[in-house]
Design a protein around this ligand. Structure first.
Ligand code: HPA
Length: 271
C-alpha cells in the first residue's frame, strides 16, 4: 500500500481542474450537500485506481470537486466501512489520497447513536475527542514515512481552532451545537445495553461505526480535522427497540440542513 496513495493522487491531479485546501467525507444524511453548489468534476470511486467499491446501501461512492459557499471543496461522497469487510488500509485509502493531494483541512461527518439522554435524535454534535474501540488501528503495519511519523500524537485529534470557529458560527445562526466524545466500534451489529452502559461510563457520548480510522489517518498525515456527528437514534441504553434504516436516514436528514449551514459558513471562512 505504501506509495499507492501518492500514485492515485498523481493520477487525480492530472484530471482535477484544481485541488482545494479543504475536503469533506460525507456520511449518512450529508450526501446531498455536494449537489447544493456547482459541481466542477465528479468521478465514481470504481474508476479511481486503488479505491475499493462501496457496499453500504445508504452510501454513494463519488469523489466530487464542488463549490460550497463560494469555496472549492473536495467531497468524498460515501465511505468504506470496516464492517463491509474492507481492510483498514482500504478504509483510510481515500483519506490518504486527500493528504497526498495536498488537502490541509478534513471535515468528517457521520451518523451515530446517543449514549446521553440530552443528545436526542436529530441533534448535531461536534466531536471533541474519540475512543477507538475497533480493536485495530489503520496505522498498523509498515509506516509510510512520506505520509507521517510512526507514533503520531493524538493529543488534539480535533482542531480546537476549527471547533471554536464552528461554535461561534452556530451561536450566530442560533443552531444548537453540542460537543461530545465518539466511541467507534466495528459493527455491524448494534451495541447491547451492557456495552452502551460501559461506553457511557468510559466517557463516550456517541457510538458509531466509522470516522475514527479516517481521523487517525488524517492526523498521521498532518491534516487538521473537524468532525460532526448527526444523532440518528438513542442507543439501547434508553430502550431496546430495533432501529430501521429509514428512521436513521430520516433523523439524519432532519439535522443535516443545520449542519450544512455550519459547514458552509466554516469553509467560506477558510478563503
Ligand atoms: N450504533 C452504532 N452506529 C450507529 C448507530 C448506533 O446506534 N446509529 C447510527 N450509527
Amino acid at each position: 500500500m505504501n506509495g499507492a496513495c501518492k500514485q492515485t493522487a498523481d493520477w487525480l491531479k492530472q484530471r482535477l481542474p484544481e485541488v482545494p485546501k479543504v475536503a469533506l467525507i460525507l456520511g449518512t444524511g450529508l450526501n446531498g450537500i455536494a449537489e447544493r453548489g456547482r459541481i466542477l468534476f465528479q468521478i465514481p470511486y470504481g474508476e479511481i485506481p486503488g479505491f475499493a467499491s462501496s457496499t453500504a446501501p445508504s452510501h454513494k461512492g463519488n469523489l466530487i470537486l464542488g463549490e460550497l459557499g463560494g469555496t472549492k471543496v473536495l467531497y468524498l461522497q460515501g465511505r468504506f466501512h470496516y464492517y463491509e469487510g474492507h481492510p483498514m488500509s482500504a478504509v483510510v485509502f481515500p483519506t490518504r489520497v486527500l493528504a497526498s493531494l495536498g488537502v490541509q483541512t478534513l471535515i468528517v461527518t457521520n451518523a451515530s447513536g446517543s449514549l446521553r439522554e440530552e443528545l436526542a435524535p436529530g441533534s448535531i454534535v461536534m466531536l471533541a475527542d474519540h475512543i477507538n474501540f475497533m480493536g485495530t488501528n489503520p496505522l498498523i503495519g509498515e509506516n509510510d514515512g512520506e505520509l507521517g511519523e510512526r507514533f503520531p500524537s493524538l493529543n488534539e485529534p480535533y482542531d480546537p481552532r476549527y471547533a471554536e470557529t464552528c461554535a461561534q458560527i452556530a451561536r450566530h445562526e442560533g443552531i444548537p451545537l453540542n460537543k461530545g466524545v465518539y466511541v467507534a466500534v466495528t459493527g455491524p451489529s448494534l451495541e447491547t445495553r451492557a456495552e452502551c452502559a460501559a461506553f457511557a461510563s468510559l466517557g463516550a457520548d456517541l457510538v458509531g461505526m466509522s470516522t475514527v480510522p479516517e481521523v487517525i489517518a488524517a492526523r498521521h498525515a498532518g491534516m487538521g480535522v473537524l468532525a460532526f456527528s448527526v444523532v440518528t437514534n438513542y442507543s439501547n441504553l434508553f430502550h431496546n427497540e430495533v432501529h430501521s434504516q429509514e428512521e436513521i436516514r430520516a433523523n439524519a436528514d432532519k439535522a443535516s440542513a443545520q449542519l450544512i449551514t455550519i459547514i458552509t459558513a466554516f469553509v467560506s471562512g477558510l478563503n
